[in-house]
Design a protein around this ligand. Structure first.
Ligand code: LLP
Length: 438
């Protein structure tokens, strides 16, 4: 977060508020989102893409990926700041609409959209539904006919790129569930089927190659293959698709070991790639869009925990490891357990001159894989009652949070100019009991 400092007493302050004050008001664990940081990153993507693509295709559109984190308050920023919204379910769509994002600035994704999700999207007048399977073509066309509308659709193409990222979040190689295969011919079959349906208007091709990507080489291959297909559609059917979407996945820094690409670098490079491939294919440049999620939301937020039990465990070879338990864990951040993700932690409640001890920050859940931060040097005097901050938790932490062990999910607060505003309230034990049929 951009507005994090240490106060005179050595404790962390964010958005002009001391962490102790936030904890007093909202409790722990707590996701603390720096509104200025989030909106600055979103605006930076918006402006970088508008500028880099201005001469090529009148500017590229940025669709913020709601799956990384969405709340009505966030959707309101997206709407006010002129971005678009990528949703992947009826629930994300509903929050986007509630936050005032106009339907035409929303995209609906998903490899298994339900009839009611498609119905909700078309009723809201979404700008695009991204088709992900052959069967979905008839489904969307049916619902569009029922509603007497023409559905604007994209086709998600599996371009066959091996993105260099964790296998769970790489999405454009052949053997995974997303998209219609280019190599296998389903993408072209889908194009023909869509063009034959008067209830559907084919707006463009889409590809998302994966997440937490630092090397833009994969986008080069992806853009080339999409534009080859785009040109083929033009030549074979005389149809010029007006748009193309290159997906998201731009990496963020979880620790100091990552150096993220600046949005300007990404936009400039993608513009070069698109310009060159269009030239090679002999087609006019379609309107480009991208779908960054974590690069906007991730760095904006840290999770605040209270430390409880501290334990030193003897290791072979005479060393030891310190286990620092916090009052949350894999229920509010599954990413360490699921992807072997790296995070860092810092003592938030005070400064300490004590020497650093190699520590592992663990949660309160009933399994040993419940690790939040694998390795961190924490002051040797950090103990029960201290606050720890884990930065970079704005993406896919609250959105993938669970109630494991009947633990209520934490609140999310947005801080700005000395004011803290609740984005998502903390669940209570009563909320959980209310779900139980008794
Ligand atoms: N567009 C599409 C079609 C996507 O599937 C995704 C992410 C994005 C955009 C945004 O990707 P981002 O810029 O946020 O990397 N739970 C995993 C990430 C799964 C991402 C799924 N799709 C994680 O915690 O890393």
């Amino acid at each position: 977060a951009r507005t994090v400092t240490r106060g005179a007493d050595g404790s962390l302050q964010v958005g002009g508020i001391a962490v102790a004050e936030l904890v007093e008001q909202f409790g722990t664990p707590l996701y603390v989102l720096d509104e200025e940081d989030f909106r600055a990153r979103a605006a930076q993507f918006r402006d970088a893409f508008a500028t880099a693509f201005a001469d090529l295709c009148g500017g590229a559109d940025v669709y913020y990926a709601a799956k990384s984190f969405i709340a009505t308050g966030v959707a309101r920023w997206i709407s006010e700041d002129g971005l678009n919204l990528d949703t992947a379910s009826g629930g994300e769509l509903a929050l986007g609409l509630r936050g005032g994002v106009p339907g035409e600035r929303i995209a609906l994704h998903g490899n298994n959209k339900s009839r009611s999700e498609i119905h909700a999207a078309l009723t809201a007048g979404v700008g695009r539904i991204v088709l992900d399977s052959l069967g979905e073509i008839d489904l969307v066309a049916d619902v569009a006919r029922e509603l007497d509308v023409v559905a604007p659709v994209f086709i998600r193409v599996t371009v066959g790129v091996e993105a260099h990222t964790h296998s769970y979040i790489a999405t454009a190689h052949e053997d995974q569930k997303f998209g219609l295969s280019l190599a296998g011919g389903q993408a072209l079959t889908a194009v023909e089927a869509v063009l034959a349906r008067p209830e559907l208007s084919l707006r463009g091709l889409h590809s998302h190659i994966g997440s937490q990507i630092f090397d833009l080489g994969g986008f080069e291959v992806s853009a080339r293959r999409l534009l080859e297909l785009h040109a083929r559609i033009e030549h074979s059917y005389g149809v010029t698709l007006p748009e193309i979407d290159l997906g998201g996945g731009f990496g963020m820094a979880y620790t100091s070991e990552h150096t993220p690409l600046a949005p300007e670098r990404i936009a400039t490079r993608l513009a070069e790639i698109v310009a060159r491939e269009c030239l090679v294919q002999g087609v006019a440049v379609p309107k480009v869009s991208v779908e960054p999620g974590r690069a906007i939301s991730g760095p904006s937020t840290f999770t605040l925990y209270e430390v409880g039990a501290v334990k030193d465990v003897a290791l072979e070879g005479g060393t030891s490891r310190r286990y620092v338990s916090v009052d949350g864990g894999m229920s509010d951040n599954i990413r360490t357990a699921l992807y072997d993700a790296d995070y860092s932690a810092t003592l938030a409640s005070r400064a300490s001159q004590a020497p650093g001890v190699l520590s592992r920050v663990v949660g309160k859940h009933c399994e040993s894989g419940d690790v939040v931060v694998k390795d961190e040097f924490l002051p040797s005097d950090a103990g029960a009652g201290d606050l720890l901050a884990v930065p970079g938790t704005g993406a896919y932490c609250r959105s993938m949070a669970s109630n494991y062990n009947q633990v209520p999910r934490p609140a999310v607060v947005a801080v700005r100019d000395g004011v803290a505003r609740l984005l998502v309230r903390r669940e209570t034990p009563e909320d959980l009991l209310a779900l139980d049929a008794g």
